[in-house]
Design a protein around this ligand. Structure first.
Ligand SMILES: [Cu+2]
Length: 338
């Protein structure tokens, strides 16, 4: 078989690899497509170390191949090659070159590490957000603004967002690949982090510490807005909700069944996601589509959607006490929570 034909047989493998590797680039969930200064600087460090490593591999292999060919044993040649043991010149070269490469790597790495751990939590110009991780949802409080939301963090573009991160139960980790990070959230110890978004967009976030049955479903989103849109979002969160007459039956049922955990005011107690502004969110529980059908499915039996979460089932067939009509009334009410 000709060499070309053999190579040809590798084509399907190459095609599969291309598909797999190009799949790594969801632009809302990729550290390789940074959308803010912290993520860009972290990507720069990744590239720098990668380039240095590739450079070393290429140089070492080139010398290796050259020496193999140039100094190979030729037929009839029985002479002993020149001995270089203890050569000062060689030893200095292979000591100094790695030291220089490590310095090139170390100086920006150390300086960015210190820069990225700057604590902006006392900075008046930054937006302060207290993140509390729960099995399996994220609570975002804005202590200076007196509001709280869940699953969908809203931030103004081009502003430093100073986070204080903590966990209400086990260890989790907070990561928004497009903006930078990540950092652990631990019970009893608060960590800090700052991020900034350069674009008006929605980014995805993940929990990156195995924290229980639904760890892989503990997703959240980050929505960056212009300062004006952010301000009007804050005003909306603070404004009291108006419930239209069509949703009053749902409101009654909500007060009876859900109010013990969920708030619908600017700021909630934090046992469960604050549902003020819920109607304007893009996701439900961080993982489901924000549609009336999925809301009914969630209320019917949240355990089916997110095993092990702390919300009980309400649907009659799942052991709860609400029938489908009642659940639909509640869903109608939820959709008015602007
Ligand atoms: Cu988690």
């Amino acid at each position: 078989m000709s060499r070309l034909k053999k190579l040809w047989r590798l084509l399907p493998l190459l095609a599969v690899m291309t598909f797999l590797l190009t799949g790594c680039g969801d632009p809302t969930l990729s550290a390789l497509q940074p959308k803010g200064p912290v993520a860009s600087e972290q990507l720069f460090l990744m590239k720098l170390s990668l380039f240095i490593m590739v450079f070393v591999v290429i140089v070492v292999f080139a010398i290796y191949v050259y020496v193999l060919i140039r100094f190979r044993k030729r037929e009839g040649d029985n002479s002993i090659p020149k001995q270089v043991e203890g050569s000062h010149v060689l030893e200095i070269i292979w000591t100094v070159v790695p030291i220089l490469l490590l310095l090139v790597l170390a100086v920006p790495t150390v300086s960015y590490t210190f820069k990225h751990s700057t604590n902006y939590n006392k900075d008046k110009a930054a937006v302060h957000v207290k993140v509390t991780a729960h099995q399996f949802w994220w609570q975002f409080e804005y202590p200076d603004l007196g509001i709280a939301t869940a699953q969908q963090l809203v931030v103004p573009k081009d502003k430093i967002i100073a986070f204080e991160l903590i966990s209400a139960d086990v260890s989790h980790a907070f990561w928004v690949p497009s903006l930078g990070g990540k950092v652990d959230t631990n019970p009893g110890i608060s960590n800090t982090l700052y991020l900034q978004a350069d674009e008006i967009a929605t980014f995805q976030g993940r929990c990156t510490e195995l924290c229980g049955a639904s760890h892989a479903l503990m997703n959240f989103t980050v929505e960056s807005k212009s300062q004006a849109d952010f301000d009007s979002w804050v005003a909306k969160m603070k404004a009291p909700a108006t419930v239209p007459a069509t949703a009053q039956k749902g409101e009654e049922l909500f007060k009876e069944n859900c109010m013990s955990c969920h708030a619908v005011t600017a700021n909630g107690p934090g046992v469960a996601p604050n549902l003020k502004g819920f109607a304007d969110r893009d996701t439900l529980a961080g993982i489901l589509e924000h549609t009336p059908e999925k809301m009914a499915l969630w209320i019917h039996n949240p355990q089916e959607q997110k095993p092990g979460n702390k919300m009980p089932a309400f649907g009659k067939s799942a052991g709860g006490k609400l029938d489908d009509a009642q659940i639909n009334d509640i869903v109608q009410y939820l959709q008015t929570l602007k």
